[in-house]
Ligand binder design. Sequence first.
Ligand SMILES: Cc1ncc(COP(=O)(O)O)c(C=O)c1O
Length: 380
Amino acid sequence: METKFSRRDWFKSTAALSAGMIASASLFDQLIAAPMSRAEFNFLSSANGAKIRLGSNENPYGPSAKAREAVVQILSEGNRYPFEAIKELKLVLAAKEGVTPDHIHVGAGSGDLLCQAATAFGIEGGRIASGFPTFPLMMEYARVFNATWDKVDMNEKLEYNYDELASALKNDTKLVFICNPNNPTGTLVDWNKVKSFCEEVSKKVPVYSDEAYLEFLEPSQQISMVELVKKDRNVIVSRTFSKIYGLAGLRIGYLVAKPELINKVAKYGGDFPYSQTAIAAAKASLGDESFMSMVRTKNAAARKVLTDYLDQHKIVYGKSLTNFVFFPAHKDGKTILSKMSERGYIMRIWDYQNKEWCRVSIGTEDEMKGFVKTFAEVIS
Ligand SMILES: Cc1ncc(COP(=O)(O)O)c(C=O)c1O
């Protein structure tokens, strides 16, 4: 089933209105649109504030001790605009990525940057192509400007289908969105394949490479498309501090691209969306290998609790290298959402190929043990 509902629709629904949320269709109303499955649309009005958050791919271990300490230290600077701090952060990020600071653009989370890019490339209409299902924010946002989203289904292993995507490009395709590892499927496509796709496609149209989950891979496997930015290709790389670094609530992420593309996107950024705390936490977190390694190890052990359960019940799933797993729902999605929520668990249901799919974020090992026990009861 095609995703038909969005938070926009939900906010317009009676339940949202009676909760005093949004009274009319405003620009905000359109801009916050994020797709929802039919099950989520039907369920939201009865959501009960469940506590175990397995719905947003958050890191249950962050922020790191270094980030917490940096935030406490910077509080005394809370009265000062972070003009210098943002310049310093850009220098640090540029050095890390091996580019100059004018190749870096920082935003209030990578979601902020996806929306800026959606505006930059969607404002004149045209098309944005991507795999499907994938992280939809940019394409949904660009639709506000009447851009069209061309979707190419995953292959049978729930991986981005780069060959099909390359052949789906049209004359008025303005941007191609890729995500490796991909959300919601968690699957990774070999970097050589992705690199040659980017090399070829970016000769005709810019490619936006969302690498939000890159650091969940072992360091030797973390191959970024920044390599192509350094070769001056039309590639924009997006990174976030929300995932492995556990700073989702502080809101900070960045783009790496050639200055011409950075300027095209940054033009649509807010006035000065930076906070001292987010900058300090990001700087303190960067390169904290022992924290990242701890998260990777704990995440893999907790993910195994879920994948062992799925294996035992012969439920197929995307081979996830991230902090979430995607698998078919064996009961109707709304029932799963409400029964899991009554028992304290938040998770997601996606619509794809006329079926409903569960996407479960990985919490702590104990949370995942509780999850599989409860989930088994709910779908029995
Ligand atoms: C693939 C992907 N990109 C971007 C984001 C946005 O994250 P943030 O705005 O917190 O950086 C998310 C969030 O879940 C994501 O999964």
